[in-house]
Design a protein. Structure first.
Length: 343
């Protein structure tokens, strides 16, 4: 598990990073205070609950999760279906522990084995939580959003999160759009916001805590995610892969960690060494050449950017080796999909 080390992990460049420094500092301070007060909050006064973050691809679910947790634990890119796993992120504030579950975007365009697995993950998440955050782009919905709405239960409180509000130029269009959504599902509250705005994140915490039951915390107050460092390493490689290849590379490409070894510091004050070997799986020989790039420049850059980000996230010295292999048709092979770690 990854615990809070109060250090934000920047994304691609200052301009593109998904978690602003003020959000990270604010939430890290809250987490540190919770850890300090853990013995001061008796179990019978604690509140805790599961909160699913759902929506179609590319509406900002992972960016929202990272902002709520205060550190990057879920990868982001402009490519659809970047998130492929149920990723849990925690934030403990005062007597309340928020357990957020980020899910893959519900896929309606392709019915291969990979997408069937991802959709099964979404369907499982929305039926087993205390609260659902249904994320849409403010003022803009389509049939893909409607499909997700059809999965929502009337028995579980659901908030309509109108994300990317800063991109809406005509606020007068929001009211009729909202009425259309309310006709499809009875949402408990409407929350217009931007996941990159610290004040909006604070407001969302205040709204969510009203729906969480009184029960003991599920995790230690300083924990941020239940995912292992090995898992996060594979996700970071995949993020850089998608970011640096753009729309050229099919979304079905994936990453498998072949080796993940740790060495303790040899001297006081030194950081541990983490050695990682990973294989990037692509569908065709042409995709392999694309990932490697001219004279190996692209795969070298993927490795460098991954190493830099993992060193910040893990607070360690990281050595990483990347390889590329072609496995045609893997995304439509259920056995191979499972072997690559998908449910």
């Amino acid at each position: 598990m990854i615990a809070n080390n109060t250090t934000n992990t920047p994304d691609k460049g200052q301009k593109d990073k998904n978690i602003h420094d003020d959000i990270g500092a604010m939430l890290a301070a809250a987490s540190a205070q919770s850890a300090h007060n853990k013995d001061m909050v008796p179990a019978d006064q604690q509140h805790c609950g599961l909160i699913a973050i759902v929506g179609k691809p590319n509406v900002g679910k992972s960016t929202l999760l990272n902002a709520l947790v205060g550190q990057k634990i879920s990868i982001t890119s402009r490519k659809a279906q970047t998130t492929r796993h149920r990723i849990t992120g925690m934030s403990t504030r005062g007597a309340v522990q928020f357990v957020f579950v980020d899910t893959p975007g519900f896929q309606t365009l392709h019915g291969n084995a990979l997408n069937r697995s991802l959709n099964k993950t979404v369907q499982g998440a929305v039926g087993d939580v205390d609260l659902v955050l249904f994320v849409v782009e403010a003022g803009r919905t389509n049939q893909a959003d409607d499909k997700v709405i059809s999965l929502l239960s009337d028995k579980i409180p659901t908030l309509l999160i109108a994300n990317k509000l800063d991109m809406v130029h005509r606020r007068g269009d929001i009211a009729p759009w909202l009425q259309t959504l309310h006709a499809q599902h009875k949402f408990d509250e409407f929350v217009p916001m931007s996941a990159k705005n610290a004040k909006d994140i604070e407001r969302l915490f205040d709204i969510c805590k009203k729906y969480l039951p009184k029960q003991a915390w599920f995790y230690a107050p300083d924990e941020l995610t239940d995912k292992s460092e090995r898992f996060l390493a594979s996700e970071m490689v995949r993020e850089k892969l998608f970011r640096l290849t753009g729309d050229e590379l099919p979304y079905t490409s994936t990453v498998v960690i072949d080796k993940f070894e740790e060495e303790a510091p040899k001297k006081a004050g030194q950081k541990r060494l983490v050695k990682i070997a990973a294989t990037i799986i692509v569908e065709r020989d042409g995709h392999k050449a694309m990932v490697i790039g001219d004279k190996g420049e692209r795969i070298k850059r993927i490795g460098t950017e991954t190493r830099v980000e993992l060193e910040r996230l893990m607070d360690a010295k990281v050595f990483i080796e990347l390889w590329v292999k072609v496995k045609s048709g893997w995304a439509d092979d259920e056995a191979r999909v499972r072997s690559f770690g998908y449910e």
